[in-house]
Design a protein around this ligand. Sequence first.
Ligand SMILES: NC(=O)c1ccc[n+]([C@@H]2O[C@H](COP(=O)([O-])OP(=O)(O)OC[C@H]3O[C@@H](n4cnc5c(N)ncnc54)[C@H](O)[C@@H]3O)[C@@H](O)[C@H]2O)c1
Ligand SMILES: N[C@H](CO)Cc1c[nH]c[nH+]1
Ligand SMILES: [Zn+2]
Length: 434
Amino acid sequence: MLRIITQQADVRSELQRICDRTNDEQVLHKEATVREVLQAVKRQGDKAVLHYTAEFDHQILKPEELRVTGSEIDAAYQQVSKELVEAIRLACRQIEVFHRQRVPKSWIHFDDDEVVLGKRYTPVDRAGIYVPGGRAAYPSTVLMNAIPAQVAGVRRIIMVTPPGASKTIYPAVLVAAQEVGLQEIYRVGGAQAIAALAYGTKTIPKVDVITGPGNIYVTLAKKLVYGTVGIDSLAGPSEVLIIADETANPVHVAADMLAQAEHDPMAAAILLTTDPALAKNVQVAVERQLVDHPRRTLTEKALAHYGLIVIVESLQAAAELSNEFAPEHLELEVEDPWEKVLPFIRHAGAIFLGHSTPEAVGDYIAGPNHTLPTSGAARYASPLGVETFLKHSSIIQYSQTALEKVAGAIDALAAAEGLPSHADSVRRRVQKEE
Ligand SMILES: NC(=O)c1ccc[n+]([C@@H]2O[C@H](COP(=O)([O-])OP(=O)(O)OC[C@H]3O[C@@H](n4cnc5c(N)ncnc54)[C@H](O)[C@@H]3O)[C@@H](O)[C@H]2O)c1
Ligand SMILES: N[C@H](CO)Cc1c[nH]c[nH+]1
Ligand SMILES: [Zn+2]
């Protein structure tokens, strides 16, 4: 049963425990496994990829089976409904429209002093996108990762996703990939997929940036390869934090908590409410909705470990606790969320306002990205976006006159740093020849 506690001293430590669940001691042995996988793939390439695919995904593949073929993609269309294809197309349009808004643009500034300064944005050459597939199919994640990469202008996008029974990939995932025009898809998941993208193998190309969500193994692997490649953020096991007052519908709040808990046994679902009656009613509604739930065992496990209802003194207190947690998804199920809560929120991956904005609308259709920082990473990280696939170079040009004006300052700074050649490189340009 989902626990209810009242706001008191240990609420903070309990929320901290849930927030830190991907860093706790039990996770350390998983990190050891992930390090081993990364090292093995780095040294042995495809051989290690196939070995760990057999061990963790229970699929025996030959190297030539790693790449998904065009005929498999064609066959996938026969296995999905027309409604799903239409839904994927609608999602594509909405995601593209959102991600085309305010794409970072290069700029150049010409100063009076004949100084030219600017920023020049360029996309990475190759992006690797991870589409999870262990416990659910994620066609929506294909779109959420591929579309911003395409808008950024990435030339080569390599998708990886784990093989399921009989080596197959979920048809919906393949259809989504085809709808956005992805050409290179490999059936590999978990840490071995991240390693292959980070280091490259004979079959799977090395990329410059790896994006996409995943379970604890995927997330730890992304954390460990950061530096060898870029990553989006630590988009690990899902979480939702709901701030609700007496105007919230307990059945809806319960459904939204289950919608995140059903992702993963490490998913988190938290309700902070000012209304004790709502707390009790949500607890009861969760129990009821779990009765016939097809993913009951997994969802109950998540709620037992990382589910919590807290009765808080005020909405402002709820906002403070939420800021400390920095949730992936924050729902404001309150009257007038724009006035009463939003101004106090500082850290959250995505914020859903009002009673008719369930988090699932953001997962699939609204347009903003659903690949979001988890486990407190929203304190410093942002949702996946076009900028994830872009980097910028600074542009600097000085005229002779402009260089002469700053030569003295450079001289002083270089002397302070004990770097004479720095000073010299300027002095030689500005000194008048005798
Ligand atoms: N934060 C976000 O933006 C976001 C978005 C969507 C989904 N998610 C999360 O993505 C995750 C998807 O997880 P999933 O499990 O369904 O798929 P997944 O593809 O992330 O993980 C499956 C892979 O994990 C590896 N694995 C499983 N057990 C292992 C073990 N014991 N040792 C080593 N490797 C092992 C396997 O190789 C397998 O291919 C969920 O946690 C979900 O909450 C997060
Ligand atoms: N809620 C997930 C992010 O934590 C995204 C998702 C995809 N499909 C369903 N949900
Ligand atoms: Zn979801």
